[in-house]
Every structure is written in structure tokens, then in C-alpha cells.
Design a protein around this ligand. Sequence first.
Ligand code: URA
Length: 181
Amino acid sequence: MPAEERLQAIRAQVQQCRACPLSVGRTLAVPGEGPASSRVMFIGEGPGYHEDQQGQPFVGQAGKFLDELLASVGMKRSDVYICNVVKCHPPRNRDPEPDEIEAYLPFLKEQLRIIGPEVICTLGRVAAQALLAKDFRITEQRGQWRSYQGTPLMPTFHPAYLLHNPAAKREVWKDVKQIMA
Ligand code: URA
């Protein structure tokens, strides 16, 4: 099956999924978006309020910052694949629980297999811990190349963190520049 169709199939499965408690409170599931041919994949934590309302990843304030960040290195949202570890909005934006992350990981892993990006960029602690190690420490270990099953992975801060810590924007910009290089 062509990659775009395989991504569509995942999208349909995520939209119907009732495997974990987060699905009960959702308005819309947020499978992820972008071309199957994307060379870079950005992975966040989970949908916020606006994402839950619209069914698309990173469309709220954090998304606006992500768009600006992409533009600053000459990329557009439509050039990359953007998704989250968990596909349904955690109530009050709480961190996803380990069993919720486990429930959604097969979808994320399948998205990674289908797209086969050249580079993965995890946004924030939850995504880095989900793909690298449960004890990954974002403040100390961001900005250093890692590998996820042979694919280079750059862990950086979550855009929402930058809304409250603008000084860290410089670090994230450096990390994304490394991806471009
Ligand atoms: N934060 C995330 O981690 N993902 C989104 O899609 C939006 C905000």
C-alpha cells in the first residue's frame, strides 16, 4: 500500500480508537499531519485545547511558535510531519500517564516506520522520554544528537516551555539549525 494510504489508515484507526481513558474526554483525536515524504518529523507531547477542537497538531499558541521556528530556518509546516506521542487531549493539559503513552506508542511507531524520516525532532520531555529513555533529562540533555532505531534524533524544548522561558528560544533555534545542517 502506498505510504500516503498507510498514513490515512493510521489516521482512521486513531480517530476510532477507544483504547485509553483520554479518548473518553476528547472532542477530536489528533493523529498528526504532513506529507508521507517528509524528511523531518516533529513529535510533541499531546494535543492541547485548540488541537482537540480542530483535530490538528500544534494549532494553538505553541503551534504559532513552531511555525515561526520553522520559518526562521526556511521550512514550512507543509514540508514536515508533525504529530504527538498521545493523540487525544489530556484533561487540563496534564502530563500523559505512562499507560496512556504505552497505548498510543504503536501508532507513533507505525507513523515513524511509514514516513522513515531522515531526522526526528522531539519537542519536550515527554516525547524524548517516550522514544529514548524514561530517565531522559530535557534541561541537561537537549541539543545533543541521539538515535531512535538508527534515525538521528534531536531532542529540544517544547514550544510551550518557550512561551514562559523566552531566553531558551536561542537554544531551540540552535537545535533546529543542527537539523537543517
Ligand atoms: N502541545 C503539544 O505537545 N502538541 C500539540 O499538538 C499542541 C501543544
